[in-house]
Design a binder for this molecule. Structure first.
Ligand code: SF4
Ligand code: SF4
Length: 448
């Protein structure tokens, strides 16, 4: 149903706990060639392609890749950390500039989303800029911007001040230019649900078109062993199914107020109203090593062909059926790449599901949340008001008390990959470092 295409694993950021930039080569030499990307999209023939990574806007042929996938008639999500989005949209403006575009250019300048200097370059483009293949707004493509919290939290997680602000400016520019924008949100063990709701409100007030949302998940054999040997509670280590269901208890209400992408059947699974079985083969991942099996999160092997992967992987070894994990690593997994397709494919069909899915996805969407100064103040609660991660937050994390309970370790990068379970990009995957960091953010906020 969706191809997760990772043309490269290079990234301009080094987010806490990101698995991809640590587990695969991030050398720019290690990329999937454009022709291969287009060929694998044809091979598995998923109607939707999510281009992720790494940071896909670093991929030198990203424009050609998007154009090629559009020619194949696919819906495209560009999963980005947002930092290079405005550059790509300036390229688009330069390529199409005419006097008709001037009102939009002026508006972007007025709203401080474009500098006078950049506007001049757009008004007098070189021949090369006019001829460049660019990313154009279309109803078949979404910018899918990675946002894991409001300014304070998000900048801390991505380990760079100003990234949240840049994401917001990119989203505003994209909306003015007519692009569709989604946000890509991962919920961790320590995610503050109240903050999440404020974030939905703020993003909705910017007229963001919708949100992809999933619980993060990690499996670590060492932790599992500690549960067994030390008689600890699984909740001490994992975002368990029970905890995920608590976090997502209000997803139905969120879906009424904000546009949450996916199926209502998956939402019922997330909040505990029903069970589903995993259909990881329906959202396959292709990257520099090949077709990754069995899923986006877990790696038991890579295959050269999609059909080969389908045929050789013993799919009935994975997932959870009637509460029993077929593989211990799947026990607490509820991620969207494993279970959202189950809701759409009807693998655990209940009467009325199809109508429910159609009504939810093609019915009227919630209206944008009213914009207000108060909401903006809530959103910009970090570096914009002098509370960046390099100042107060880092001080809190580096305090003697934090050192004692391991917060400093949470902020430092993980050197050794976890071979039991390879983490995912932009939030999915190894969540332990982020969970620990989010716990410290909460502490730091409480201490204010
Ligand atoms: S249950 Fe989760 S971890 Fe297990 S195969 Fe499915 S998607 Fe992967
Ligand atoms: S989570 Fe995404 S943005 Fe962050 S380092 Fe990893 S690939 Fe880059």
């Amino acid at each position: 149903m969706v191809l997760q295409l990772e043309p490269l694993h290079t990234c301009n950021l080094t987010c806490t706990g990101c698995g991809r930039i640590r587990e695969y080569s991030t050398n720019l030499k290690d990329m999937v060639p454009l022709e291969k990307c287009l060929a694998v999209a044809n091979e598995c023939d998923a109607p939707m392609v999510s281009i992720c990574g790494g940071e896909p806007l670093i991929y030198p042929k990203i424009e050609e890749l998007i154009a090629g996938l559009r020619e194949q008639g696919r819906v495209i999500y560009v999963c980005t950390n947002g930092v290079f989005m405005r550059k790509k949209m300036r390229d688009y403006l330069a390529a199409i500039y005419s006097p008709d575009v001037e009102p939009k250019v002026k508006r972007l300048i007025d709203e401080k989303l474009l500098s006078e200097k950049d506007a001049e370059a757009i008004r007098k483009p070189s021949d090369a800029a006019r001829a460049k293949v660019v990313i154009r707004p279309t109803k078949w493509m979404y910018w899918n911007v990675h946002v894991d919290g409001l300014e304070f939290t998000h900048d801390l997680i991505v380990e760079r001040e100003g990234v949240f602000k840049e994401c917001i400016e990119a989203i505003k520019m994209a909306k003015i230019l007519g692009y569709q924008v989604a946000t890509n949100i991962t919920v961790y063990k320590e995610t503050d649900v109240q903050e999440l709701e404020e974030m939905f409100k703020y993003l909705s007030s910017l007229e963001v078109d919708g949100h992809t949302i999933s619980p993060g998940y990690e499996y670590d054999a060492a932790k599992k062993d500690m549960v067994k040997r030390l008689n600890k509670q699984p909740e001490d280590f994992f975002l368990t199914r029970k905890m995920t269901r608590q976090k997502f208890a209000r997803i139905q209400q969120w879906g009424e107020k904000f546009t949450i992408f996916g199926t209502p059947v998956y939402q019922e699974f997330l909040d505990g109203r029903r069970e589903l079985t995993c259909t990881a083969w329906a959202i396959p991942t292709y990257n520099i090593k090949g077709w990754k099996a069995p899923c986006y999160l877990m790696t038991d092997g890579h295959y050269d062909g999609y059909q080969e992967m389908l045929a050789k992987v013993q799919w009935d070894k994975y997932g959870v059926v009637n509460g029993v994990a077929r593989d211990p690593r799947c026990e607490n997994c509820m991620v969207h790449c494993g279970y959202d397709p189950s809701g759409a494919l009807g693998t655990s069909y209940q009467s009325g599901d199809n109508w429910k899915n159609i009504k939810y996805n093609f019915g009227s969407k919630p209206k944008p949340w009213p914009a207000s100064q108060e909401l903006m103040k809530v959103a910009f609660n970090g570096v914009s008001i002098g509370k960046g991660h390099l100042a107060e937050a880092k001080a809190a994390i580096n305090s003697p008390r934090a050192a004692m309970n391991g917060a400093q370790a949470a902020f430092s990068r993980k050197a050794e990959p976890d071979h039991q379970h390879e983490g995912g990009a932009c939030g999915a995957g190894d969540t332990s470092e982020r969970d620990a960091l989010l716990a410290k953010i909460k502490d730091a906020k409480k201490a204010e």
